[in-house]
Ligand binder design. Structure first.
Ligand code: PLP
Length: 384
């Protein structure tokens, strides 16, 4: 075999990708396959953002930007953190990255040493444990309960703190659960972090997709030890533009910039100009976000009601655009359940396995109501 590094040999290929490739294979063979497996908005990037990118190209903004991002974009991010989150991050305490994912990766690489432990509430986004493991640190899942809407219990977190614990990952609204952490939970987590000298990485990429309660940033309670990650992908339907950003303690941000300077050099210049429009043309952006949120909420209500009517217990997510039904009625093993849905129902979903969600599959409702209705019909068909 080819002599790959031990680091990479330990990396798990994602189950999401496996499902997507099997679905593609079936489609290529002529099967009618519907997919609710994607993690991106089905809307197009709003027109004012696209126009800003075209104008940037025409104006010749096609060279490198500073490693940490265009100064005017960092100003806009700093203003966004103040306006929407009540956080004071000066522009030099902000960095712009190639997607939220790269901000998280750089943040972990900048903070963690081999053997450090990282607490990750489960079910979790598949990339957290994999990225933590790549640094040589150890991911430690912290279970949450479906009956509690998968909201993190600070006592479960506290019970897993050891002398090696260094970081807590928070993701509210969460992928794949849609759970939104209430302020009291975040306050308790911040308290715990301060008492044990732990750090917090708060991934707020789904911030604008909350349907009932409001979004609260944990950095409000522990600014000196929290890195806040966000980005353009989900809020402004800009997944392909690859723009993320983070604000946090200056030393942490500076180390992330050093890593970026030796890897990607920085985010795409044209995309940064597009993100600048999204963050500064408030009226047009607010209208887009409000319309998208209303559409997602309607789809969520429709899908959750439909799944429950089919007899699949489904907690109502408070945010993001995923649901996580219990599929043990289809099959006790979620891999088998998603295989049945694909092979017999022509519906691609993601098994909960890699999300730390056994007995469940993840469905995305970043799809039109017609598609969701057809998906429910297919699930009903497989249930028989
Ligand atoms: N964080 C979570 C929880 C996500 O689900 C995703 C994308 O699926 C990201 C971060 C990364 O987003 P991006 O790198 O596209 O900004």
């Amino acid at each position: 075999p080819f002599p790959l590094s031990a680091r990479v040999r330990g990396l798990n290929p994602s189950a999401t990708v496996a499902v997507t490739s099997r679905a593609l294979e079936l489609r290529r063979a002529g099967a009618d396959v519907l997919s609710l497996s994607v993690g991106e908005p089905d809307f197009d990037t709003p027109p004012h953002v696209r126009a800003a990118a075209i104008a940037a190209i025409e104006a010749g903004h096609t060279r490198y930007t500073p490693v940490n991002g265009l100064p005017e974009l960092r100003e806009a991010v700093s203003a966004k953190f103040a306006r929407e989150n009540g956080l004071e991050y000066a522009p030099d305490a902000v960095t712009v990255t190639s997607g939220g994912k790269q901000a998280i990766f750089n943040a972990l690489l900048a903070l963690l040493n081999p053997g450090d432990e990282v607490l990750i509430p489960a079910p979790y986004w598949v990339s957290y444990p994999e990225m933590v493991a790549l640094t040589g640190a150890v991911p430690v899942p912290v279970p949450t309960r479906a009956e509690a809407g998968f909201v993190l219990d600070p006592e479960e977190l506290a019970a897993r703190v050891t002398p090696r614990t260094r970081l807590i990952v928070l993701n509210s609204p969460g992928n794949p659960t849609g759970a939104v952490s209430p302020a009291w939970v975040l306050e308790a987590v911040a308290d715990l972090a301060r008492r044990h000298t732990l750090y917090l990485l708060s991934d707020e990429i789904y911030e604008h997709l909350v349907y009932d309660a409001g979004h609260v940033s944990p950095a409000r309670y522990a600014p000196e030890r929290t890195l806040t990650v966000n980005g353009a992908s989900k809020a402004y339907a800009m997944t392909g533009w690859r723009i993320g950003y983070a604000g946090g303690p200056r030393e942490w941000i500076a180390a992330m910039n050093a890593l970026q300077s030796q890897s990607t050099t920085g985010a795409c210049t044209v995309s940064q100009h597009a993100a600048l429009a999204a963050l500064t043309e408030h009226e047009a952006t607010a209208r887009f976000v409000a319309e998208a949120r209303a559409a997602y909420r309607e789809r969520r209500d429709f899908l959750v009601a439909g799944l429950k009517a089919l007899g699949l217990p489904t907690p109502t997510p408070q945010g993001a655009f995923y649901v996580l039904p219990d599929t043990t009625r289809l099959h006790p093993d979620e891999l088998e359940a998603s295989r049945l849905l694909l092979e017999r129902g022509g519906l691609a979903v993601v098994p909960g396995t890699d999300f730390g969600a056994p007995g469940r599959v993840r469905l995305s409702y970043a799809a039109g109501l017609d598609t969701l209705e057809e998906a429910l019909r297919r699930i009903g068909g497989v249930l028989g």
